[in-house]
Design a protein around this ligand. Structure first.
Ligand SMILES: [Zn+2]
Length: 95
């Protein structure tokens, strides 16, 4: 270990609510990313998709331990909306 490009506090990273990742600028012009899922799994390495650099994220895993409920409720919402879409399509077929 010790091959990190940098060590960054989670507070210094930017939260992207659309993609559910924290990101931090990479010197290559892209950005390092780490998801809440990874944080919850006690992973602390954010990777850049465009180069081989990695950074270590400093954070408290306990802050992300209770994320399960959030993700579950979001999944339920997703499946509900796709069911509705399916029912709408069936109604159109019936007409
Ligand atoms: Zn990069």
């Amino acid at each position: 270990m010790g091959a990190y490009y940098d060590e960054v506090e989670i507070e210094d990273m930017v939260w992207d609510p659309a993609r559910k990742v924290f990101h931090y600028p990479c010197p290559c012009g892209d950005r390092f990313e780490i998801s809440r899922q990874q944080l919850r799994d006690y992973e602390d390495i954010a990777t850049c998709p465009s180069c081989s650099l990695i950074i270590r994220v400093i954070y408290d895993p306990l802050d992300y331990e209770d994320d399960d409920e959030i993700e579950k409720s979001e999944d339920e919402t997703d499946s509900e909306s796709s069911e509705e879409t399916f029912e709408d399509a069936m109604e159109k077929l019936a007409l």
